[in-house]
Write a protein that binds this ligand. Structure first.
Ligand code: BV8
Length: 236
């Protein structure tokens, strides 16, 4: 922890990658861990273009539930600590795989949502976007006037990431002197590659996660703790 703090104090450029683990202490379930969504739901069927085509009502019911949970949740000390770190760093970029908007609500500005968010729905034919409130999309409004269907404005497996966000994240990872990887199992690509393949060889990469991840053996520093505990300690 000491070396990481010292490097963060000296760093001009910092890149952070987060996953669902940073929102665990806000009460939101992760994907793959104990109690994770992928244990209790047929997520492959729900979070995929095929699943949506097969049963758009079921997919929207699931995303409307998650959207409601996101709005009821509050950012935790880990989210706020990253917003504070941004204020102390001249060149700071936070790329998240999360779609829960908690980083935005914690005040993060230099934020890239690599997998989209549940704040909007998007028509799969004409691309029109529609903001969603806490109740989500009414099931009788899935059909869009143009003949297309409104879908969650997020990235499913097999779909490309938003081009501008991805490019900006890859450039930020490549120039960062310190990279923090927080609350992700690092199994989903291309996001996970930001902390390894896209990082410069000189970068000091630290993982903050109570458990081992797919990249634990490739980082410089492992902090086996939760985000809400470790991140505020880094700032003190
Ligand atoms: C693409 C939708 C190409 C939003 C998600 C074979 C090998 C390698 C790659 C592939 C492959 N086959 C297919 C692929 C590509 C595929 C992929 O990576 N598959 C993996 C599973 C093998 N990737 C894609 O398909 C991507 N697209 O490649 O497109 C392309 C290019 C051009 C043109 C066409 C196509 C799209 C990936 C995005 C998928 N969308 N979700 C939603 O519903 O939310 S993925 C889903 O997983 C979420 O986005 C989530 O963010 C992401 C990663 O999961 P994590 O966030 O890491 O969550 P997880 O539960 O896994 O881990 C939580 C961690 O937190 C744990 O480590 C735990 O220990 C820790 N933790 C717990 N509590 C705490 C904590 N940490 C800190 N504090 C705590 N308190």
């Amino acid at each position: 922890m000491e070396e990481l703090i010292e490097r963060l104090e000296r760093a001009r450029s910092v890149f952070v990658l987060t996953g669902s683990g940073i929102s665990a202490e806000s009460g939101l379930p992760t994907f793959r861990g104990v109690g994770g969504m992928w244990r209790t739901h047929r997520v492959e069927e729900l979070a995929s273009p095929e699943g949506f085509a097969r049963n758009p009502q079921l997919v929207w019911t699931w995303y409307n539930e998650r959207n409601g949970a996101h709005r009821r949740a509050a950012p935790n000390a880990g989210h706020y600590a990253l917003a504070e770190l941004e204020r102390r760093t001249s060149d700071f970029t936070l790329a998240t795989q999360n779609v829960d908007s908690l980083h935005m609500r914690a005040g993060s500005r230099r934020l890239l949502e690599l997998h989209g968010s549940l704040r909007t729905a998007r028509c799969d034919a004409c691309g029109a976007r529609r903001p969603l409130d806490a109740t989500g999309l009414p099931l009788q409004e899935i059909e869009h006037g143009c003949g297309g269907m409104l879908r969650p404005d997020i990235v499913w497996f097999g779909e490309p990431l938003p081009e501008a966000a991805w490019r900006e994240a890859a450039e930020a990872a490549a120039r960062a002197e310190v990279i923090l990887v927080v609350g992700t199992s690092a199994v989903v690509y291309p996001a996970a590659a930001l902390a390894t393949r896209y990082a410069s060889r000189e970068a000091y990469v630290a993982e903050i996660n109570p458990e081992e991840t797919a990249i634990s053996d490739r980082v410089n520093c492992v902090i086996r703790s939760t985000a809400a505990d470790a991140l505020p300690r880094l700032l003190r």
